[in-house]
Design a protein around this ligand. Structure first.
Ligand SMILES: [Zn+2]
Length: 312
């Protein structure tokens, strides 16, 4: 039994068929966690769809309506880079509900892991790069609306810049955004996060970790958020088809673990989401995402008490 909850829904699958986005990975991650004995059936919670009220704290009514009714224009679908289907719409509503639930679990248990979401390229009024609804932004706004948190930090480790996150929170002092990404990669235009860590092509584990970890530590000290949302990208992996960094599976797990340790030692809960992962072998992507859960478990076990009582 894990000391925190995993949030998953069978309809997270974006129903894409043959596509560079392995939308079956959500199911494969769950199966791998069970097969390895890392998780049991009781560790999983099933989210419900986020409400339209939740979505409208982040997105425009026009965009939510288009996704709801399937009335996207051809150019909007081209920008989204995935075919529209009612199943896709349902999946992103569920992903947003899942990130809300993971955030709520994190505040209670110290960690909460959404085995979906991390759709960081979604903007308020349009979708981009496989991302239609910004689940992490929806979750943060919901937790704020509930009075559960005031301030949040988003640590985005996807190999692609978190452009939607940066844009949505650009004028919001209550949400501090950190993105570590490959500079020479999608998206072409990168609106400023609070901290953007631009990695050169083919950066390896050591340089990546030496760049990221001090920034995370300093930002947690400075901002003192009530929660960290960790967007766990599998695509800085050296064999990723859409990435150009050279991180190993070991390095990626160390990244997750050390970010979690920085939060844990300060008593700050962490909600994790997935993000991109396009390894040539889907089992590598699955393993990297599974390792995020393992890292959270190790940090929990090594640190003893849950942070909720001591941190606030
Ligand atoms: Zn990515």
């Amino acid at each position: 039994m894990l000391p925190f909850k995993l949030v998953y829904h069978p309809e997270y699958d974006l129903n894409l068929g043959p596509h560079v986005f392995p939308s079956q990975k959500f199911r494969l991650i769950r199966e791998q966690l069970l097969r390895d004995g890392i998780a049991e059936a009781d560790d999983f919670l099933m989210p419900s769809e986020a409400s339209d009220t939740d979505l409208l704290r982040v997105h425009t009514a026009e965009w939510v309506g288009k996704l709801r009714k399937g009335t996207l224009t051809a150019s909007e679908i081209m920008k989204l880079e995935v075919p529209y289907s009612p199943e896709l719409a349902k999946a992103v509503w569920l992903a947003a509900g899942g990130s809300i639930l993971a955030g709520q679990c994190a505040l209670r248990d110290g960690f909460g892991c959404n085995l979906g979401g991390g759709f960081h390229h979604a903007f308020a009024s349009h979708g981009e790069g496989f991302c239609a609804i910004h689940d992490v932004a929806v979750a943060i706004r919901r937790l704020q609306a509930d009075g559960a948190i005031r301030k949040a930090i988003v640590v985005d480790t996807d190999v692609h810049h978190g452009n939607g996150t940066a844009h949505i929170f650009r004028d919001d002092d209550s949400v501090f955004t950190i993105s570590i990404h490959q500079l020479n990669n999608y998206p072409a235009h990168k609106p400023s996060s609070n901290v953007d860590l631009d990695m050169a092509d083919r950066v390896e584990d050591g340089e990546y970790l030496e760049t990221l970890l001090p920034v995370v530590a300093q930002s947690l000290e400075k901002v003192r958020p009530e929660i960290v949302f960790y967007v766990g990208g599998a695509d800085p992996y050296c064999e990723d088809q859409l990435g150009g960094l050279m991180l190993t599976k070991k390095g990626l797990k160390e990244r997750d673990k050390r970010v979690f340790e920085e939060a844990r030692t300060r008593g700050i809960p962490v909600a994790t989401t997935l993000a991109g992962g396009y390894a040539r072998r889907v089992e590598d992507t699955v393993r990297i995402h599974v390792n995020t859960v393992v890292a959270a478990r190790e940090v929990t076990e090594e640190s003893g008490q849950p942070p909720a009582a001591s941190g606030r």
